[in-house]
Design a protein around this ligand. Structure first.
Ligand code: SF4
Ligand code: SF4
Ligand code: SF4
Length: 273
């Protein structure tokens, strides 16, 4: 019997209220990333044992040296910015029955995809790497550009409570439901003072909820790391920003940051003309 009162039997299964529940083998794999999303899993120690009760870890480089390529669920953190990462990603896809894009880098390219918007490494690459050889491709792409993705977990970083809920849904075979409303709804439920009233810009009106209005709750405007809410009204966002004195280029800077809004920016449907 473990701390949470459940029987865990070896062999990838546990017994909960007399019913056998699968305990899938999972791997956490990183591509181009800061590994902050993986760190989130370890951050909230209070829930860590329950999480480890839910799954069997096959590969998690940040916490253990043993590694196995025998897993059912692959949590892939990071985007593709080198050729060898494509091979690793395809290999994970072949092994896993479920491949999860884990965090904004994996889902959208994240902050790494800014390299695409400035046209490659160019001068920045020269400043950072000098004359050292660079084997990066000069573009950064989300994992869905190369393999089929079964599930997306958004955020930079992901929010651990949401990861735990989604993993529980996966294990129990329940459908994963994303919030259909924008961040402002969550922000209001948290009774935060709207940052527009405090003179700060915020992408809350067009960003998918689910982080608990993390940034506005800490008096920082949202930068849209979770990507667009359903039916995001970009035109209205620019109108609201303008009304509060924030120019279009300031809004664009935020919208470009994580890559989630690229489909709006690339087809010029932001309403900015
Ligand atoms: S999504 Fe953010 S926290 Fe996660 S790996 Fe990418 S940069 Fe790091
Ligand atoms: S602070 Fe941002 S998320 Fe909160 S209500 Fe205002 S615009 Fe919406
Ligand atoms: S408030 Fe916005 S930028 Fe901050 S974590 Fe939530 S979605 Fe990301």
């Amino acid at each position: 019997m473990n701390e949470s009162g459940r029987n865990i039997r070896p062999g990838g299964e546990r017994n909960y209220l007399g019913v056998a529940v699968p305990r899938p083998r999972v791997a956490f794999l990183e591509l181009t990333s800061c590994e902050g999303c993986q760190l989130q899993i370890l951050n909230r120690e209070a829930g860590l044992f329950d999480f480890l009760d839910l799954v069997e870890i096959a590969d998690f480089r940040e916490v253990m040296t043993e590694r196995s390529e025998d897993y059912e669920i692959a949590f892939v953190e990071g985007c593709i910015s080198r050729d060898d990462e494509v091979e690793r990603l395809r290999s994970a896809r072949e092994r896993a029955s479920q491949l999860v894009a884990f965090g904004s880098c994996a889902c959208f390219g994240g902050v790494n995809q800014l390299v695409n918007r400035i046209g490659g490494h160019g001068r920045a690459g020269k400043v950072v790497y000098g004359d050292f050889p660079v084997d990066a491709r000069g573009v950064s792409e989300p994992v869905s550009s190369f393999v089929q993705v079964d599930l997306f977990i958004y955020g930079c970083p992901v929010r651990k409570e949401e990861v735990e809920k989604i993993v529980t849904d996966l294990v129990l075979g329940r459908p994963v439901v994303y919030p259909s409303y924008p961040l402002c709804m969550e922000c209001k439920a948290e009774e935060n003072i709207c940052l527009f009233d405090l003179g700060e810009p915020c992408l809350g009106p067009v960003t998918m909820a689910g982080c608990g209005a993390w940034c506005p709750g800490n008096r920082v405007g949202c930068w849209g790391c979770r990507g667009p809410a359903r039916d995001a009204n970009m035109e209205q966002l620019f109108a609201v920003m303008e009304r509060h004195g924030f120019p279009a280029d300031m809004v664009m800077e935020r919208l470009e940051c994580f890559g989630g809004f690229n489909r709006y920016l690339d087809r010029g449907s932001t309403g900015t003309g």
